[in-house]
Ligand binder design. Structure first.
Ligand code: ADP
Ligand code: F6P
Length: 341
């Protein structure tokens, strides 16, 4: 399903078309560190190719509201190191309706914008694909979410920064856990995906990692943890993805206390993982994907997401992105279990 993005090399024949072309860029859904680096790459690649580019604020809501401003290389100066998104982001109920999308398309026509780069997750791509089908707007997606749960790319923008932030917290908690011989439960983000928990758990040497992909019985987990403590594990860190258990880490803490009289401490890292300075990896990934997204659009390709795999950049049909589920790294799940003895 994935294909190489090599077909989007500069083509002299397209230059005059590019010079007239006007593309829009927006961020949608949850923000992720590195989105600004992607916006910068989109704007500068477009201008370099002779195209015009406009920023659309607050995702699809801003599109419907006509919250749009033309951008140039200087509009994106000094943002590569900043977390969040200068275009801001939103979730937009109206865009789920054909009427809302018709209003959005009318705004694009009013601003003479012919194509759209959408930085976000698969929900945002569903909306983009409908805009394409119903109104002929060319669209290309860039994967941006800390959850790293987007099919068609090995990694999405923001994941690397988020795991570094969460790992720093786990390391700090381990210090105090060891000093007090305590069990710490650390809840990380991931309502439907355990990628953050798995990476942070393995890198942080967690005694157990609970993932949404591996259904766990909360009472059995509590009993196993209590037994490990009785058998000599004086301090432990357990990483829990927010979607792994009904009620998250706090529910596990309660069951531990009720069944084993065990007093664990819980830290919920929450949105801290979504903010802050993007890592080197995220900035480079975002620069690469922003560049390739614009080259793809300007080559006349639409309805795809750009991504990366071990061999380089790829393009994947948007529909394939939401019709498929990205697999968790099962080898790493086994490694985590083996190393936690
Ligand atoms: P993400 O892009 O991170 O998956 P969401 O699922 O919240 O985030 O989607 C972001 C926005 O994309 C929604 O608020 C909505 O405006 C639009 N969207 C999502 N799914 C659809 C859909 N099926 N049809 C039309 N628009 C959609
Ligand atoms: O960005 C992805 C994510 O962090 C999920 O892991 C989490 O469930 C969700 O977003 C929460 O986002 P919000 O608080 O913006 O609804």
């Amino acid at each position: 399903m994935r294909s190489r993005a090599a077909a989007v090399r500069p083509d002299e024949a397209l230059l005059s078309w590019r010079a007239m072309h006007h593309l829009g860029v927006l961020t949608s859904g949850g923000d992720a560190p590195g989105m600004n680096a992607a916006i910068r790459a989109v704007v500068r690649t477009a201008v370099h190719a002779g195209a015009r580019v406009s920023g659309i604020y607050r995702g699809y809501q801003g599109l419907i509201d006509g919250d749009i401003a033309e951008m140039g290389p200087r509009s994106v100066a000094n943002i590569i190191q900043r977390g969040g998104t200068i275009l801001r982001t939103a979730r937009c109920q109206a865009f789920y309706t054909p009427e809302g999308r018709a209003e959005a398309a009318a705004e694009l026509r009013a601003h003479a914008i012919e194509s759209l780069v959408v930085i976000g997750g698969d929900g945002s791509y569903r909306g983009a694909a409908k805009l394409h089908e119903e109104h002929g707007i060319a669209v290309v997606g860039i994967p941006g979410t800390i959850d790293n749960d987007i099919y068609g790319t090995d990694v999405s923008i923001g994941f690397n920064t988020a795991i570094n932030v969460a790992l720093d917290a786990v390391d700090r908690l381990r210090d105090t856990a060891a000093s007090h011989d305590r069990l710490f439960l650390v809840e990380v983000m991931g309502r439907h995906s355990g990628a953050i928990a798995l990476y942070v758990g393995v890198a942080g040497g967690a005694e157990a990692i609970l993932l949404p992909e591996v259904p766990s019985d909360i009472e059995k987990v509590a009993d196993a943890l209590a037994a490990a403590q009785r058998q000599g594990k004086s301090s432990s860190v357990v990483v829990v993805a927010e979607g792994a258990l009904e009620g998250g880490a706090l529910a596990l803490q309660r069951v531990l206390a009720e069944r084993a009289g065990y007093e664990a401490r819980t830290s919920i890292l929450g949105h801290i993982q979504r903010g802050g300075t993007p890592s080197t990896r995220d900035r480079v990934l975002a620069s690469r994907l922003g560049f390739i997204a614009v080259r793809t659009l300007l080559a006349g390709v639409s309805g795809v997401m750009v991504g990366v795999d071990k061999r380089g950049t790829t393009t994947v049909p948007l529909q394939a992105v939401w019709e498929n589920t990205k697999e968790i790294d099962w080898e790493l799940v086994e490694i985590a279990q083996v190393l936690a003895i």
